[in-house]
Ligand binder design. Structure first.
Ligand code: UDP
Length: 355
């Protein structure tokens, strides 16, 4: 049996690693790994393959950075011949990036079965490119692997047959559980006991100059009370440079952190301020307070059961919530069902049964 995995961006690598490992336990499964090249910087791609112990991709489509339409079109054009030539029995796609949607589209036209890992998440905000990718990938997938019950409910309400939906838990947490015990050695030296960890890359935060400037100003004020560590996404760095904004000295800017460094930073953070999807989940698992700088989330369980607060585009609220946390008032969370480190084993079982 031949399973072909498609990855393209940082969060995909973290999700695919445990699935590759789990399917690798079965001698009857042959696996191919395709990297679309959506993320190509060494610190957004290569270092993840190394730290996650992933095989070198069999093919790199090298699409690089371009507009959404161009990137999607290039993935489609370059991936189709790979699927024709390699003739997999199943293609697994991950998360919500352009590679996820483009690969699902190619496979559905070629009548190759598709499995979507992290299916069913919905922000109900179609201004987010990721929401469009999720909707399309889910409609086109034969096997839909959801991380939580809300995913199943969303898919059922969109008319997806229940027998295609498999609630398996969260593969991103599989990687976290495996690597948490070894991450400490990768923590940057010299950090104080209390610090805020910041990540920002969504268009809603970095594209609008007025908002981005207000956000940087608010972080500068916060930096007077708590050290701010900000591993900066290449997109955000480019945007700040284009707009000619200065980042205050009190904000410690780092290159995008390798997975183990970022995990070590998250586990000991006093608070995480983010617009990332995956970071909302990881902080919930780690029990670390998370303030999400977005109007909505496709991961509502991190709010209802976890440590996440959706604070919108509101710098005053951000400052108030940080003060509360510094004063010891933190939102306590509880464990999320099936976020237990063995979601990928459940996926492997379903795949082996389905093929
Ligand atoms: N991450 C990382 N280094 C960083 C920032 C994030 O390794 O500097 C990891 C993080 O732990 C999580 C994933 O990247 O596993 C989240 O990816 P990202 O925020 O890029 O995408 P999203 O989850 O928003 O789709």
């Amino acid at each position: 049996m031949h399973v072909l995995h498609v990855v393209g961006a940082r969060p995909n690598f973290i999700k695919a690693a445990p699935v590759l490992a789990a399917l690798g336990h079965d001698a009857g499964v042959c696996q191919t790994l395709i990297h679309t090249g959506q993320h190509y910087d060494a610190n957004m791609s290569d270092v993840f393959f190394q730290q996650l112990g992933m095989p070198v991709p069999d093919v790199n489509l090298e699409v690089g950075a371009c507009s959404h339409a161009q990137q999607t079109a290039q993935i489609i054009a370059r991936f189709e011949p790979v699927v024709r030539e390699r003739a997999p029995d199943l293609v697994l796609v991950y998360g919500d990036v352009n590679s996820t949607m483009a690969a699902a589209l190619v496979c559905s036209k070629l009548k190759v079965r598709v499995g979507h890992v992290e299916a069913g998440l919905r922000s109900r905000d179609r201004s987010m490119p990721e929401e469009i990718n999720r909707l399309i990938a889910d409609q086109l997938s034969d096997l839909l692997f959801t991380p939580s019950a809300d995913g199943d409910e969303n898919l059922c309400s969109e008319g997806i047959a229940a027998h295609r939906i498999h609630r398996v838990g969260n593969v991103m947490i599989d990687t976290l559980v495996r690597l948490l015990p070894v991450c400490e050695a990768h923590k940057p030296a010299g950090l104080p006991d209390r610090y805020a960890l910041v990540t920002l890359h969504r268009p809603s935060n970095v594209d609008d100059p007025v908002w981005l400037e207000a956000l940087l100003r608010a972080l500068t004020i916060l930096a007077k009370e708590i050290q701010i560590v900000f591993p900066i996404h290449p997109r955000t760095r480019r945007r700040i440079a284009q707009l000619g904004f200065n980042v205050a000295d009190g904000i410690q800017l780092l290159d995008p952190a390798p997975y183990l460094t970022f995990l070590a930073l998250q586990k000991d953070a006093t608070v995480v301020i983010t617009d990332s999807g995956g970071v909302q989940e990881e902080t919930t698992f780690l029990g670390v307070p998370c303030l999400t700088l977005r109007e909505n989330t496709e991961r509502p369980i991190t709010v209802t059961l976890g440590t996440n607060l959706i604070i919108g585009r509101d710098v005053t609220r951000m400052q108030q919530e940080v003060h509360r946390i510094l004063g010891g008032e933190t939102k306590s969370g509880s464990p999320i069902p099936l976020w237990d480190g063995i979601a990928a084993e459940r996926i492997a079982k379903v795949v082996l049964f389905a093929l």
